[in-house]
Design a protein around this ligand. Structure first.
Ligand SMILES: [Zn+2]
Length: 297
């Protein structure tokens, strides 16, 4: 019996063993020959094994179909992804470069308040310099400059205070504006201090010595623009308390009445709005050139 069970149910031991035990428990026995007595059991076992094998074959087939279907479904899902990776993607936007700090210009309208400066008939120098400062400030602001002025009204401002304002602004250009009845056209001055190494720590009233070289370069940029505008320009050096204390490229700009023709007596008044507008335009052009030069690596 045990041998028979092993022979018939060798492939599906767990299931057939139960059945074989059951068959035996039903007491199929008697006087019949062993082949006859066990024939129904044998047939049942064969039928069962055949059915089981068929069932397992079917199950395996279903499993294979399920696995195959899953693979196909996975491939179908992966396909759009792979296609997507092949689709040209828009180039990532470059990080917005940090905007350059605004170019700072200090306009110092000389004189003011108790200090009228020069007197030219009914005109006072302090009013002429303030008018040019206000006009130039508007032009520079419209061109994107940051502008700091030492005064916006008829106020008294000490020379030391003017230098303090300019130095606090950390300006890339400082213009001290003056007017005169003497001569014609434009006079520009750079500090008469001897140039010093920028690493040299200078006293307050000689601080400009470390900037004289840059001040001369600024003067050159302004001179080119003024000449381009047809101005008659005279260059020089001078000692001015406010200018000498500034730690930035600094130029004293003085305008005299303009002459219509070189060598002729000046005919354009200092307070002529058209003349002042022409001066402001030329200075703004010079500062734009200076800005471009200063920002070159
Ligand atoms: Zn003056």
């Amino acid at each position: 019996m045990q041998q028979f069970k092993r022979m018939e149910c060798g492939r599906f031991r767990a299931v057939s063993q139960g059945l074989c035990i059951g068959g035996n428990a039903h007491g199929i026995s008697g006087s019949l020959a062993p082949e006859v007595r066990f024939l129904p059991v044998r047939l049942a076992i064969r039928a069962f094994c055949a059915v089981s094998a068929q069932a397992i074959r079917v199950s395996l087939s279903i499993l294979a179909i399920v696995v195959l279907s899953a693979s196909i479904a996975g491939a179908q899902q992966a396909a759009p992804e792979s296609l997507q990776t092949q689709t040209p993607q828009p180039a990532p936007k470059p990080a917005t470069p940090p905007s350059a700090p605004r170019f700072m210009v200090v306009l110092d309208a000389a004189h003011g308040g108790d200090d009228a400066g020069g007197r030219f008939g009914s005109l006072a120098e302090k009013d002429l310099t303030l008018a040019l400062s206000v006009r130039l400030r508007s032009l520079l602001a419209a061109r994107g400059f940051a502008v700091v002025t030492t005064r916006e009204s008829d106020a008294t401002v000490a020379p030391e205070r003017r230098a303090e304002i300019a130095n606090h602004a950390a300006a890339q250009a400082c213009l001290s504006l003056h007017a005169t009845q003497t001569g014609s056209g434009v006079h520009m001055f750079v500090s008469s201090l001897a140039p010093q190494d920028p690493a040299h720590i200078a006293a307050w009233k000689t601080a400009q010595s470390a900037w004289v070289t840059r001040s001369l370069a600024l003067e050159g940029a302004l001179n080119s623009a003024l000449l381009q505008a047809g101005m008659n320009v005279t260059l020089g050096r001078t000692a001015l308390p406010s200018l000498d204390s500034m730690v930035c490229p600094a130029v004293a700009f003085e305008f005299a009445p303009a002459s219509t023709e070189k060598g002729q007596k000046p005919t354009t008044a200092l307070d002529d709005p058209a003349y002042q507008a022409k001066l402001a335009e030329a200075l703004a052009a010079g500062l734009l050139a200076w800005q471009a030069e200063a920002r070159q690596p």
